[in-house]
Ligand binder design. Structure first.
Ligand code: FNR
Length: 190
């Protein structure tokens, strides 16, 4: 019987050749034994509107179901203007509502990020971590994986080749999966 730990990977970019999506693909190759990584896109999610939060679109229902089915969450965030891209914040907000029905509660979570700049999304990552407090997620903070100068960190085929990033990402995944083990609960009531 398989008993693998399911990680849901969410990239905060809709771009076809997104470095952050590529970073999630790299993560898939670095998982510890007994773990799997599913990647979900954010293309189908409409902008959040509180007027309709009690009658969510099927795409949002499916997104929340995928979150609840996961043992842990791995965000790969770009940095837009020193912050979290709107598409990712929107997804977080959408799945956190209506109040009392957040899909994020209690989930172990880790953040990585890739940027063409040299700071590798450090500011966006900090902003994202702030939201984990109210979302009541359980962040696995170390090691920090900030992939700067992405045009060099990935090769022309889109493969992550930066040795330091690969090493840190492998360790972060191990830590994230380890965080699932003690209290494996896929749907925690709020
Ligand atoms: C950027 N980029 C960027 N990079 C960075 O290091 N700090 C920043 O504040 C910003 N700001 C920013 C704003 C906007 C609107 C765009 C489109 C881009 C560059 C960014 O790192 C680069 O486009 C990445 O390739 C985006 O990630 P994906 O789409 O490759 O995953």
């Amino acid at each position: 019987m398989t008993d693998s730990r399911k990680i849901l990977g969410i990239a905060g970019s809709l771009r076809k050749n997104s470095y952050n999506r590529l970073a999630l693909l790299a993560a898939r190759t670095l998982l510890p034994a007994g773990a799997e990584l599913e990647i979900v896109g954010l293309d189908a999610l409409a902008p959040f509107n509180q007027d309709t939060e009690s009658s969510p679109a099927p795409e949002l229902v499916a997104f929340k179901t995928a979150i609840r089915a996961a043992d842990a969450i791995l965000f790969a965030t770009p940095e837009y203007n020193y912050g979290v891209p709107g598409v990712l914040k929107n997804a977080i907000d959408c799945a956190s509502r209506p109040y009392g029905d957040s899909a994020w509660v209690g989930k172990p979570v880790a953040v990585i990020g890739a940027s063409t700049g040299q700071f590798g999304t450090v500011r966006a990552q900090l902003q994202l971590r702030q939201s984990f407090v109210f979302l009541n997620m359980h962040p696995v903070n170390q090691p920090e994986v900030m992939i700067g100068n992405a045009a060099k960190a990935f090769d022309s085929q889109g493969k992550l080749v930066d040795e330091t990033s690969l090493k840190l990402l492998r360790q972060l995944l191990l830590n994230l999966v380890s965080a699932v083990a003690p209290s494996r609960s896929r749907s925690v009531a709020r």
